[in-house]
Design a protein around this ligand. Sequence first.
Ligand SMILES: Cc1cc2nc3c(=O)[nH]c(=O)nc-3n(C[C@H](O)[C@H](O)[C@H](O)COP(=O)(O)OP(=O)(O)OC[C@H]3O[C@@H](n4cnc5c(N)ncnc54)[C@H](O)[C@@H]3O)c2cc1C
Length: 334
Amino acid sequence: MTVKHNLTVGERMRRTEEFEVIIVGAGPAGLCAALYAGRGLLKAVVLERGVPGGEMLNTEWIDDYPGFEHVLGRDLAARMTEHARKFAADIRQENVESIARRDDGIFEIATTGGTSYEAPAVILTAGGTPTKLDVPGETEYAGRGVSYCAVCDGAFFKGEIIAVVGGGDAAVEEADYLTRYAEKVYVIHRRDQFRASRLLQERLFANPKIEVIWNKQVREMKGTPAGLETLELEDTVTGQASTLPVTGCFVFIGFRPNTGLVRQHFEHDASGYIITDDRMMTSIPGLFAAGDLRVQLTRQITTAVGDATTAAIAVEKYLADRRSALDAKAQVGV
Ligand SMILES: Cc1cc2nc3c(=O)[nH]c(=O)nc-3n(C[C@H](O)[C@H](O)[C@H](O)COP(=O)(O)OP(=O)(O)OC[C@H]3O[C@@H](n4cnc5c(N)ncnc54)[C@H](O)[C@@H]3O)c2cc1C
């Protein structure tokens, strides 16, 4: 399988770089994989389209990363980046366009910048993207009332009145979870029934702290510089407008794992999350996955770095086994 690009053969030869392992994405998973690859003395490169840190850069306070009781997301991101660099991490700003495995087991990674990267192992740590409501105020109040992660931010809303938007499993389950902190949780759904599983719905309807608002969609989020204050709603049947005072709004209307880069088929679940074995290897030999884009119970910084640790150490073993197999083949050939 070859990667499509617009470069001539000469340009491509000039601009191809070879490594033992390529890490795609520099969120917590990618940075931790880089740290372990460095400790393992692997020739590694990290390709990150933006600034290293991933979703930590979109998080105000982090209260659940061991050893850091209360840390700004951007500070934790900077410390992880610095730590990875202490182990000689080569982090480059590159937007990865495609990842394809050739028949000889080498991966070719094409980037928007034109450089092609090659290695026998890849750790994919490109995370995922929570679906946004895309309404006025959402970006403005993100981190100041608007959140996409209940486990991460729920504790900041102790005793407050908040809303959850969505109607699938995530919305219904997280609304129930958030009642351990919030005094009241409104669940706003644009239809008159949920898509969530029956069991989760039963739990939600039995929870006295939850009130469901059917047939409504959020049109705008309003507040002050201190944070979110109201949601402007519209009835999806009558079109009637209303205002809901809340200090928090958790949006659970979908999460898309960033897996579209991989050109070959890989095993995944119904929502597109990558299935791996216990070494974090995907169904494509030599392609490892760690962090938010992998099938798992929860998605946190701790789970991302845990996955990445396993993946980087498994890569060392994979490369050693591959070298032995190639040596044995060469000897038979002699
Ligand atoms: C609002 C919010 C608050 C959160 N708060 C907490 C919290 O308090 N505690 C906690 O434990 N967890 C929290 N989380 C969850 C946590 O941030 C994620 O679980 C964690 O960041 C996942 O790490 P990751 O490395 O897998 O992916 P990400 O952090 O998403 O990093 C992926 C990286 O890959 C890069 N990338 C993607 N595509 C490409 C490409 N094509 N080319 C190059 N680079 C690419 C991205 O730019 C990004 O830097 C929060 C999440 C959100 C959304």
